[in-house]
Design a protein around this ligand. Structure first.
Ligand SMILES: Cc1cc2nc3c(=O)[nH]c(=O)nc-3n(C[C@H](O)[C@H](O)[C@H](O)COP(=O)(O)OP(=O)(O)OC[C@H]3O[C@@H](n4cnc5c(N)ncnc54)[C@H](O)[C@@H]3O)c2cc1C
Length: 415
């Protein structure tokens, strides 16, 4: 097994790093922070995204006929890794919409959505969770009932991140009102400007006070989305009617792995190592403290394990393979490492590192305290670590279902 990148791949990484050094200016960082805070994209950020697109870095591994570059998954991984590490920007073709349309869309849908998505003219938010169901997604109630050549949608979604900016919602709804659980669900690609859709902000813990730029999971806003007699053409259906559960699960598995997921978890460990290695006088005493050095070594070892698990997922994807429980394993190790790392960093840096951005005594504008607040979120979204462990036990290890008293439902999944 050889995890070393080829010379061409390293050259690609160097060219992305050089681009970032030149183009990710303080103004761009500020606009990125505003975008994370739900304030839309500024002109510098738009110009940067256009330049990234012109270089062909937005959908590297998608087929050329659908707006991609027909490149390797590993190249896409490298580009994504460098942008997330530098500025938390997710480029490279991951996310909910594109890969799921590639996997499940009709030829017409691929041609309609993917070239536009590869230029970020179409962006998706994820409409899975509802007020009464997140982990237990199969209990969802939002309905899409066929009437002639249309579907009429009624219901509510919650925690729909980026609904205020997205052009489309990737919606999971019940198409057969008599169905139970995951049978009778379907996925729709619904334009957000369709009459009858209302988006209301749902402010997160990172909003008051506002998380500073560069906070992991620093989004200050998610949303509630309401559907009142929303009519969409039947062509918005992705995959077959009633096949929404498997369409969704494929998309979720892809979202649980990759450079973005891995780096969001281990960036904090990289940051503290860099800080301790730097000439910063404030950490001179800590640098030589044996307890600190031990803790950092532990975190670094864990971070390498997370990286290797990501490499394995990239390798499986590159060979066209499917995940059994690898995505679930990555979704447990990365987020739990992120929580341990932010806790350890707070202990190492002391009480000032626990002050939020509103405190005049906060260090680094409160980023460490906001990272600590944000880290837990990743253990719940896209499949909570408890449910991922259940998948590893049953699908990965072939363990029997637990006895009925403690039995999780067969179709439990989450977003
Ligand atoms: C900031 C943020 C952004 C989000 N963005 C989106 C988004 O864009 N789109 C979207 O659709 N959703 C989004 N979500 C929703 C997220 O996916 C859900 O919060 C998640 O699925 C958990 O659902 P829940 O909140 O209903 O918690 P619950 O389902 O009530 O779970 C609470 C806890 O109970 C545990 N639990 C539940 N059932 C079981 C079981 N059977 N066995 C063992 N443990 C169990 C869970 O692991 C969890 O720890 C977001 C959430 C947050 C916080």
């Amino acid at each position: 097994m050889d995890f070393v990148f080829t010379d061409d791949e390293e050259a690609m990484r160097a060219s992305v790093q050089a681009f970032i050094a030149e183009h990710i200016t303080d103004e761009v960082r500020k606009e990125l922070a505003d975008a994370h805070a739900g304030m839309g994209k500024g002109p510098q950020l738009r110009a940067l995204q256009e330049e990234i697109y012109r270089r062909g870095w937005l959908a590297i591994s998608w087929p050329k006929e659908y707006g991609g570059q027909g490149g390797a998954t590993v190249t896409q991984y490298i580009v994504e890794e460098e942008f997330v590490r530098a500025c938390d920007m997710r480029v490279g073709g991951g996310g909910t919409g594109g890969p799921a349309i590639l996997a499940s869309g009709t030829e017409q849908q691929k041609r309609e959505y993917l070239p536009a998505a590869s230029q970020l003219q179409i962006t998706f938010c994820q409409g899975y969770s509802e007020p009464h169901c997140g982990t237990d997604l199969a209990a969802l109630r939002c309905r899409a009932i066929r009437k002639g050549d249309k579907y009429v949608i009624n219901g509510q979604k919650i925690y729909t991140t980026n609904a205020q900016n997205a052009t489309h919602i990737f919606l999971l709804a019940r198409t057969n009102p008599d169905s139970r659980r995951q049978a009778g669900l379907s996925v729709f690609l619904v334009p957000m400007n369709t009459p009858g859709i209302t988006v209301r902000p749902l402010w997160t813990i990172q909003n008051d006070p506002k998380a500073p730029p560069n906070t992991t999971y620093g989004e200050s806003r998610t949303n509630e989305v309401f559907f009142d007699d929303v009519e969409v053409p039947a062509s918005c259906l992705l995959g077959e009617e009633g096949d929404g559960w498997s369409v969704t699960q494929r998309g979720l598995n892809l979202d649980r792995v990759g450079a973005w997921r891995y780096l969001m978890s281990v960036r904090r460990t990289e940051d503290i190592v860099n800080l301790l290695k730097s000439g910063d006088d404030r950490v001179a005493g800590l640098r030589n403290d044996p307890a600190v050095r031990d803790k950092i070594a532990d975190l670094w070892t864990e971070a390498q394990m997370c990286r290797l698990m990501t490499m394995r997922s990239i390798s499986i994807s590159s060979r066209g393979g499917k995940f059994v429980s690898e995505g679930a394993a990555e979704k447990v190790t990365g987020p739990e490492h992120g929580v341990r790392a932010t806790e350890a960093i707070s202990q190492i840096l002391g009480p000032y590192a626990e002050q939020l951005s509103s405190s005049p005594e906060a260090i680094e504008s409160g980023v460490y305290a906001h990272n600590l607040q944000g880290a837990f979120q990743s253990t719940v979204n896209h499949g909570s670590v408890q449910v991922m462990r259940d998948q590893i036990a049953r699908k990965g290890l072939g363990m029997p279902k637990p006895p009925s008293a403690a039995k999780p439902r067969r179709d439990v999944a989450s977003v």
